[in-house]
Design a protein around this ligand. Structure first.
Ligand code: NZQ
Ligand code: ZN
Length: 388
């Protein structure tokens, strides 16, 4: 196990009715609030009304930034920064899925910065401070509710880039599983794939002697796998939604499950480049790419992949080599994604060879990606070809 520092400042309020605590959670930060949300799901579900009621109860002055896109645009982040400056906003409240929370983090970091916020995403500037933000999550997937990461697209440059900062952790996150009851089936599936992928990025590590971390990872994967059918059959199953939601938060919250382990993240970086050009949902891109990444890299550590097959998928080990087990675990992953309705090829979105080279180059813009097997441009190109 490697040395590590773990610090997560986000306060989590989990469970039905927790939105009633919103007013008292916001109040310490000020009354001038920017309310950030997406394309209207929170209005249709009634959550918007509950939020406004809470904010008016504390006498908040609310300004709104609606219309945050899935795969949020830096143009929306810039709009939010202008609103904050124009109205001396003291607190940003994100109500929505990962895209809304991510855009809000960009706004929070951009307000006190004199340059263009895109600098943070292009690693040309470091975040020194940010406005405080809070979140009410409506979709279980990204972990953005309890981490400092923001992923934003620059449509003009055809780039999707991220930053991570301790200054952009939400001060609090309200996680009420009933707010995810209205998530459509495809987005629920995308969320499940994203959650599992976050675990994969940490679990498939070269670091050894980390039994607790490995079991934390495996337990999240097992819980998601055994809950998926219930949540897909009955979207209003409170316990199933609650368990998926908590898995999502646990899977990516500042490194809890992989403390002291090197992480990979190559597949996420490749997926972001696919989304940057084709605007496909993040979870769908991961479903296409991850089993291909696994096939490309498993020989680096067949023992870890064999452990994955046995412990997560209950594949009997007797009579099988590590390599056979590894391949069986990878196939089980693909079969599960297919069974829940996630796509398996780039062709599903009509994506062919056209931009493969560009996506591979952009993935390695800052050098080789991943640590399980560091990938150069040619490796990324091969994985993308396998995914066609
Ligand atoms: O815009 P609205 O109307 O709210 O609709 C959204 C959107 O169309 C809808 N939705 C959300 N909650 C709903 C709902 N519809 C009905 N009922 C609800 N309760 O779902 C659609 C997708 O929302 P989005 O926020 O884009 O999904 P998700 O949470 O999966 O976020 C994806 C974004 O997060 C980034 C991804 O790259 C992508 O841009 N990621 C962020 C990470 C982070 N911050 O740590 C890590 C991830 O790996 C990921 O990269
Ligand atoms: Zn992800």
């Amino acid at each position: 196990m490697n040395p590590f520092t773990f610090y997560n400042p986000t306060k989590v309020l989990f469970g039905q009715g927790m939105v009633d605590k919103l007013g008292e959670e916001v109040l310490p930060y000020g009354k001038k609030v920017l309310l950030v949300y997406g394309g209207g799901s929170i209005k249709r579900s009634g959550l918007y009304g509950q939020v406004m009621e809470q904010l008016s109860r504390i006498g908040a002055e609310v300004h709104e930034l609606p219309g945050i896109e899935p795969n949020p645009r830096v143009s929306s982040v810039r709009k939010g920064i202008e609103l904050c400056r124009a109205h001396n906003i003291e607190f940003i409240l994100a109500v929505g899925g990962g895209s809304v929370v991510d855009a809000s983090k960009g706004i929070a970091a951009g307000v006190p910065y004199e340059g263009d916020v895109w600098d943070f995403y292009m690693r040309q500037a470091e975040i020194k401070k940010a406005l405080p933000l809070g979140a009410i999550l409506t979709l279980a997937a990204t972990g953005s509710e309890m981490n400092g990461n923001s992923v934003v697209s620059n449509w003009e440059e055809k780039r999707k880039r991220s930053f991570g900062s301790i200054h952009t952790y939400p001060r609090f996150s309200i996680l009420d599983p009933t707010n995810t009851f209205t998530v459509p089936r495809d987005q629920t599936v995308n969320g499940i794939v994203d959650i599992m992928s976050h675990v994969f990025e940490q679990y498939f590590s070269r670091t050894t002697d980390t039994p607790l971390q490995e079991r934390l990872c495996e337990s999240i994967l097992q819980t998601v796998i055994e809950t998926a059918d219930a949540v897909l059959e009955n979207p209003k199953d409170y316990n199933a939604r609650a368990n998926i939601m908590w898995c999502g938060t646990m899977a990516l919250n500042g490194g809890l499950i992989s403390a002291g382990m090197t992480n990979d993240w190559a597949t996420h970086m490749i997926e972001h480049e696919v989304s940057a050009i084709y605007d496909i949902p993040h979870g769908a891109g991961l479903s296409i790419l991850f089993p291909n990444w696994m096939k490309y890299v498993y020989k680096e550590r067949p023992d870890r992949f064999a452990q994955y097959a046995v412990r997560v998928w209950n594949i009997p080990a007797e009579g099988k080599s590590q390599e056979e087990l590894a391949l069986a675990g990878i196939q089980a992953t693909r079969d599960f994604f297919t069974r829940i309705g996630a796509p398996s090829t780039l062709g599903h979105y009509g994506i062919g060879q056209e931009h493969l080279d560009q996506m591979a180059s952009e993935t390695v813009l800052f050098g080789p990606v991943g640590s399980f097997k560091p990938l150069a441009k040619e490796d990324v190109g091969r994985i993308l070809e396998m995914a066609l």
